[in-house]
Design a protein around this ligand. Structure first.
Ligand SMILES: Nc1ncnc2c1ncn2[C@@H]1O[C@H](COP(=O)(O)OP(=O)(O)OP(=O)(O)O)[C@@H](O)[C@H]1O
Length: 368
């Protein structure tokens, strides 16, 4: 994995007509990595992408690609001189040009243009469709053409703005995996914008979670899930519930489920009231456990089942168990807590993690 820095956003603020949408944004992407801007609708993801592409000037801070500053207040290098490619949600193909001509669009004067077009079409698995026109292709095929067109000039950085959102479930999943392997096979660095975290996890090495124009955390998918830095990130990524606890020691919390010991130390004073994040996979089914919970709802997911559980105190939890064991609503099941990645925050309230998000429109939950 390269550690050479490619893209740097430093103290970036950007928006429209003097109105700041994104404030004090700092992030760095290494060469060859795929980054993702993730967050609820309207939080400023596309605005950031448009600033990186050079479509919008910046209000403060700077954007640097390799050694070159692309944007700073009063200076915006034009989009066509940035060596940045773009793939849009609606494909944006030229309807009057064939597939080959679309792909050749950005490299028309290149002496090897026809060889490159052939290679690009092979790369995206459209080797035999070069003579067709966009209206003769499916949505997935059109997006492959758009990807081939964007990759043909060998951009330093590819920007993908909700590229799969016009496609439906299965195709969307397959194409997102395929795009990751295409980008990785070429070592192309990219920034993806999405509000779908399943897609973000499938494609990205690093994900930035945005909230109201500010970046809350820029981290690997694993760390965002297991080590969220803020209650918002904990709530937005994955599923879970916060339950109230009291810190006994830096890595141990007393809760109504007993003492939970994790592998992470918290430097709050002993005795502090904390909210403990419990993910569905932190709860293990143990048939003879003295700790039991009432099944109040369940969703069959195929290989697993998501159970909504209620403790005797009324506290609600969610748990994922393999679907081999099947428990009816109204039955009691034995559980144990196995939260190695103990995540706690100073108390704000004992609420379902997703309820904290109810005011944020456009939130997509992982299994929703
Ligand atoms: N051209 C524009 N002029 C003025 N305001 C705009 C413009 N485009 C977007 N905005 C505003 O900027 C804010 C952020 O929009 P942006 O498109 O960056 O959000 P987003 O995170 O990409 O959301 P979504 O997931 O819905 O696409 C919103 O409040 C939006 O109304």
């Amino acid at each position: 994995m390269s550690t050479e820095r490619l893209l740097s956003l430093r103290d970036l603020s950007c928006g429209y007509d003097g109105q700041r949408i994104v404030e004090s944004l700092n992030l760095h992407l290494n060469r060859g990595d795929i980054g993702c801007l993730l967050g609820p609708s309207g939080c400023g993801k596309t605005t950031t992408l448009r600033a990186i592409a050079g479509f919008e000037p910046v209000h403060a801070g700077e954007i640097q690609l390799g050694d070159a500053v692309l944007s700073r207040p009063g200076f915006t290098l034009s989009p066509e001189r940035r060596r940045v490619g773009m793939v849009f949600q609606d494909y944006a193909l030229f309807p009057h040009l064939s597939v080959e001509q679309n792909v050749a669009f950005g490299i028309g004067k290149h002496p090897q243009a026809s060889r490159i077009v052939g290679e690009m079409l092979e790369l995206v698995n459209l080797g035999n469709l070069g003579k067709r026109y966009p209206h003769e292709l499916s949505g997935g095929q059109q997006q492959r053409v758009a990807l081939a067109r964007a990759l043909a000039p060998e951009p330093e950085l590819l920007l993908l703005d909700e590229p799969f959102s016009n496609l439906d479930g299965d195709l969307r999943r397959r194409l997102s995996h395929e795009v990751r392997s295409i980008l990785k096979s070429r070592g192309t660095s990219a920034i993806l914008v999405t509000h779908d975290q399943e897609e973000a996890f499938a494609v990205s090495d690093q994900i930035g979670v945005f909230r109201e124009g500010r970046l809350e955390q820029w981290d690997s998918p694993f760390n965002l899930y297991h080590e969220p830095l803020t209650p918002f990130v904990a709530s937005f990524i994955g599923q879970g519930y916060f339950i109230r606890g009291q810190l006994l020691a830096p890595e141990t919390v007393q809760t109504e489920l007993g003492a939970i010991r994790g592998n992470r130390a918290y430097l709050l004073p002993a005795g502090s009231a904390v909210d403990v994040l419990l993910r569905p996979d932190d709860i293990v089914h143990v048939p003879d456990s003295p700790l039991t919970a009432l099944v109040v709802g369940k969703t069959f997911l195929g290989a697993s089942t998501l159970y909504r559980l209620q403790l005797s105190t009324g506290t609600r939890l969610e748990a994922i168990f393999t679907s081999h064991a099947d428990y009816a609503e109204g039955s009691f099941i034995g559980i144990r807590i196995a939260a190695d990645h103990l995540v706690v925050f100073p108390v704000e309230g004992s609420v379902a993690a997703h309820e904290a998000l109810a005011r944020d429109k456009g939130v997509r939950r992982y299994s929703a």
